[in-house]
Design a protein. Sequence first.
Length: 126
Amino acid sequence: MTSKQYLTYKLADTLKQTCKIENSLFKEYGVKRGLRNEDGSGVLVGLTQIGNVVGYERTPEGKLKPIPGKLFYRGYDLEDLVHAVIKEKRCGFEEITYLLLSGSLPDKDELGQFRELLYEKNAAHP
């Protein structure tokens, strides 16, 4: 098995675990199967554990205080990810894609193999 094949199987296996939504959460949050509510609105992003949007903070008194919205991917603040990419003057597309798929940021070898896999598949389907 090649390293690219291994990475493909590893990502597929990881996706089964990191993208699973517990059945009890559908009822708890009133989410319908297919990730749509009856009114057509989408599922809460935080329910999928892929992303989360935070638009408020709780004050010490327990009240909600609106804040500029923050987007998190797999627990990482998107602003932090973007600032790191800009600071290092690199493209972060593959790294963020890997994070969304697997639930963790790739190490150097995983990122290299993932890039090869993406480029190989892209070249095969122009």
